[in-house]
Design a protein. Structure first.
Length: 420
């Protein structure tokens, strides 16, 4: 960065959430950032953000200059958020409508550029606005503690507070891969819009590279979308529609010789070369093949993160977002297995072993709908749990760090199931 960009007031020098987010969003070295002070000498102000509630405890970067856009950045899709978060945002959104955010004297982040440098050239928010057709756009961003698996997301609004889109920013190897994968998935999904039971999904508006980052710009969800309650049972028909993509059920194929098993083996070998526990994963793949190699199941696509907080309903139709783990050629039933595992692990705070039992119970409940006999259900459960550990390793290997809820506990669970 230039000397002006590394002045003491530049939040990008911080090690907390504000530092992490500003480094990702304002990655161009020509951009000047100051908190509570004038821009660097020779630079003009191009945007201003309220840091709420403070740089030390930052939770939001709220755009200033349009009260409607500021309010919308807090109120849009609030019904999808947990009750406590919803309440805080509702209060702040009401204040913003009355210009209270500026009057409240929250610390202000000033964004500036040298004369002669166009905003569309150096600022991601302005570049995305240009991709949307030009016109004023106001970008808001939530602030979270630094986490190598999280992706900063910009919400874009026009001056009237109308949502224009949201952009996920992949800033390290792990998150760049996820953003690229989601863009690829969203590019394909419009072809299945008319498939019965297939969930709707936001359209990909643009995919771009920016200051070494991968960025996917996605259309906003319908304003009236409402979240799927965690108490609602999973929609098995929708997961089958995702798996089959409008085609008739595929003929069952044995695990042995499948491209899925080949991919598991290849990934496990990579893990063995990179991580101390990788050799255990190779052994687990071998055990999976020995135990289930002759079992035949249907293979298809999966959403990859089928959980209540990635699902909603609008106009009577299911809506699904966050397709960054989507992929083809997995045993049908993986999405329902993931739904059960994550509800137990995340919503109920249960350990990996208990979450694995929840997978078995869910596949038993919906096995007939999925066309799975008892042997097929066990294959799907065992293969899914191994797939989840390998996903955990891939993220860790790409810079995201290990998820302590899944490693080494999930690998222990996988080994115990194969020895049982």
């Amino acid at each position: 960065m230039t000397a002006s960009a590394t002045a003491p007031a530049d939040p990008r020098t911080r090690t907390d959430g504000l530092g992490w987010v500003t480094r990702a969003v304002f990655g161009d070295e020509r951009v000047g950032l100051t908190v509570g002070g004038p821009p660097p000498a020779g630079q003009r102000v191009v945007a201003r953000y309220a840091i709420v509630p403070s740089p030390q405890r930052a939770r939001f970067l709220l755009p200033l200059g349009s009260p409607r856009a500021t309010a919308a950045s807090l109120l849009a899709y609030n019904a999808l958020r947990p009750p406590r978060v919803r309440a805080v945002r509702a209060v702040l959104g009401g204040v913003a409508r009355l210009r209270g955010i500026e009057l409240a004297r929250f610390p202000v982040l000033t964004v500036s550029l040298p004369d002669g440098v166009a905003a569309e050239e150096a600022l991601l928010g302005h570049r995305l606005a240009a991709l949307l057709g030009g016109g004023a756009a106001y970008a808001a961003c939530g602030v979270r503690p630094p986490d190598p698996n999280h992706k900063p997301t910009l919400q874009l609004f026009d001056a009237n507070g109308r949502p224009l889109g949201y952009a996920k920013i992949g800033w390290n190897d792990a998150t760049r891969a996820l953003v690229t994968a989601e863009a690829a998935a969203l590019r394909e999904l419009p072809a299945f819009a008319g498939v019965p039971d297939h969930p709707a999904a936001p359209r990909l508006l643009a995919e771009t590279a920016w200051a070494g980052q991968a960025v996917a710009l996605v259309e906003p969800l319908p304003p009236a979308v409402r979240g799927v309650p965690a108490s609602e049972p999973p929609d098995a028909a929708a997961t089958l529609a995702v798996a089959r993509r409008g085609s008739p059920p595929a003929p069952p194929r044995t695990l042995a010789g499948s491209s899925f098993l080949t991919r598991l083996s290849t990934t496990a070998e990579r893990a063995a070369a990179a991580a101390p526990d990788g050799a255990r994963a190779v052994a687990a793949v071998t055990a999976l093949a020995n135990r289930h190699g002759d079992t035949a199941v249907e293979f298809g696509h999966w959403h990859g993160d089928w959980v209540p907080w990635n699902l909603g309903r609008h106009a009577g139709r299911l809506v699904a977002w966050d397709w960054e783990h989507s992929g083809p050629d997995v045993p049908v039933g993986f999405d329902l297995a993931h739904d059960a595992f994550q509800r137990a692990l995340v919503l109920r705070g249960e350990p990996a072993a208990v979450a694995a039992d929840a997978v078995d119970a869910q596949l038993t409940r919906y096995g007939e709908t999925l066309g799975l006999d008892p042997a097929g259900r066990r294959l799907v459960a065992d293969a899914y749990l191994l797939e989840m550990w390998l996903r955990t390793w891939r993220l860790a290997d790409a810079g995201a760090g290990w998820n302590p809820a899944l490693h080494p506990a999930l690998l222990d669970v996988v080994e115990k199931r194969h020895s049982g």
